[in-house]
Design a protein around this ligand. Structure first.
Ligand code: HEM
Length: 472
């Protein structure tokens, strides 16, 4: 193993914390609130709690009360968040000029963990460049190469189950998708290294919003959860940087199929081939060690729990409906991946993992006929878009055939957002979901144990009771 220059790594981590500090609790510029779409007049903190903790009832309530476009005022500083629920309005936002519709600002709280180079935190030119470098690792050809490894991880997981087992499917799917990230994205297969990485990665993905919010106050980092989070971040960085440095020297680098190896070669046109937006990435424009670290942690945080949650809801829906289960099991046996993908998509429609996507306006903009000021945050509500009867007839019914042979009208199914910021892992998560469903459903019948309802966990919406199932 290449020697790790630990001082060097420690410096990189310390510098990241230093640079990302100012984000904590920044209220941003004052926004002119006159003439905004209607919304509740409740105190800002009540509206913020409604949105953060009770959004599954709060946002549909606002839609019923105020109509298709409404404003919520949230902390810090009572800034306005204008939510849209119609597909033509989602289109206006997704097609908006990326110089004006910034997405990185809304994710700034994740800065200390993800790092300033994270695709999720960047905007404008920097975002375009990073996206062009990352895209080839997520194209169709790359996805096909990841599939076998994903299937192996899924098979190992299912092999640990026994007939009659009862468990929280969310927990098992979380363990499974984490393993996929470590092996397929980080490209680590050595068991000793996996054992070192797992606990650090687990602590990183389980970081609480309170810890993130405290980042604006560096003195907190001497205490309890903040101190532990910082210590864990140093340890994780040390392991990731060691992996990056060693991978750069790997003799089989060009033949490796994991995401990290592809990202190391990205920008080297001879090795990586053509990529999206290549006008922004000159030949020889490689990702630095820090950029690679930030993108790996971003992929870990963005891709792990989201996919696990979608899978847990899918198993729960199938386990609650004998007819749908039989149809999906037949598809799994016959290798009908298109049907299994339709099952995943319908589950993500009925149970959106992420409730909305947001953009902060850098200039005044008119959307849906409303003149909105610079500094306002706007976004389509995924929750309401997926639940509208005019978008999806009989919206409460679980019906995968909505996605068989055709798709719902454009911008009515938006679990992955849209435009230049559309989820880069959308294809990856559907490929992973289909592979996992196939392994489970060819081996087992699934029965849901009781009903489940969504609960807010950080930004995702997870099944409150973990989508408990019995496998037989
Ligand atoms: C069911 C699974 C997933 C869901 C529901 C989901 C959802 C989303 C959403 C809503 C966005 C924001 C899009 C926008 O602003 O328009 C996003 C962005 C992103 N997602 Fe996913 N995601 C999933 C899986 C993944 C996976 C597996 C990965 C990577 C391995 C990933 C990586 C990312 C990244 C890097 C971004 C930022 C893209 C950008 O800003 O250019 N996601 N995702």
């Amino acid at each position: 193993m290449t020697t790790l220059d630990q001082t060097d790594t420690t410096d990189l981590t310390a510098r990241r914390f230093e640079r990302m500090r100012p984000f904590g609790g920044d209220a941003g510029p004052t926004v002119d609130l006159t003439g905004l779409p209607p919304g509740p007049r409740w105190p800002v903190w009540v509206q913020s709690i409604g949105l953060l903790r009770f959004r599954h009832r709060f946002v549909p309530h606002l839609w019923r009360t105020y109509g298709d476009v409404f404003t919520v005022r949230i902390v810090p500083g009572g800034r306005p968040l204008v939510l849209f629920t119609r597909p033509e309005h989602a289109k206006e936002i997704f097609a908006g000029d990326p110089e004006v519709f910034h997405a990185g600002k809304g994710n700034a709280i994740l800065g200390p963990i993800m790092g300033e180079h994270s695709l999720l935190l960047q905007d404008s030119r920097e975002h375009k460049r990073a996206r062009a470098l990352l895209m080839p690792a997520f194209n169709g050809q790359a996805l096909r190469a990841y599939r076998t490894l994903v299937e192996e991880v899924a098979r190992d997981e299912v092999a640990r189950w026994s007939p009659g087992d009862e468990f929280r499917s969310l927990d098992r799917m979380n363990a499974l998708t984490l393993e996929v990230i470590l092996r397929v994205v980080f490209g680590v297969t050595d068991e000793a290294r996996l054992a070192r990485l797992r606990p650090c990665v687990n602590r990183t993905v389980n970081i609480s919003p309170a810890v993130l919010l405290g980042w604006g106050y560096p003195w907190l980092q001497r205490f309890g959860p903040w101190k532990r989070t910082v210590a864990n971040a140093y340890r994780l960085d040390e392991l990731i940087y060691a992996e990056i440095r060693e991978r750069r020297l790997a003799p089989d680098l060009a033949d490796r199929t994991d995401v990290l190896s592809r990202l190391i070669l990205a920008g080297d046109d001879e090795a990586a081939g053509p990529h999206e937006g290549s006008d922004e990435t000159a030949r020889g424009d490689r990702l630095t060690d820090e950029e690679l670290r930030d993108q790996l942690v971003t992929l870990l945080l963005a891709g792990h729990e989201t996919t696990a949650t979608a899978l847990a809801w899918t198993l729960h829906e199938l386990g609650s409906n004998a007819h749908q289960l039989a149809r999906a099991r037949a598809a799994a046996r016959e290798g009908d991946d298109a049907y299994l993908e339709a099952v995943m998509k319908e589950s993500m429609r009925l149970h959106p993992v992420i409730p909305m996507v947001v953009r902060t306006l850098m200039r005044p903009v008119t959307i849906a006929g409303w003149d909105l000021p610079a500094g306002a945050t706007v976004g389509p509500s995924i929750l309401v878009s997926h639940a509208r009867g005019d978008n999806h007839p009989d919206p409460a019914r679980f019906d995968p055939t909505r996605f068989v042979g055709h798709n719902p009208p454009v911008n009515t199914w938006i679990p992955f957002g849209g435009g230049v910021r559309r989820c880069i892992g959308a294809g990856f998560s559907l490929m992973e979901g289909v592979a996992v469903l196939r392994e489970i459903l060819t081996a087992y019948d699934v029965t849901a144990l009781g009903r489940d309802v969504p609960k807010v966990r950080n930004i995702t919406s997870v099944p409150r009771r973990g989508a408990r199932i019995r496998v037989t």
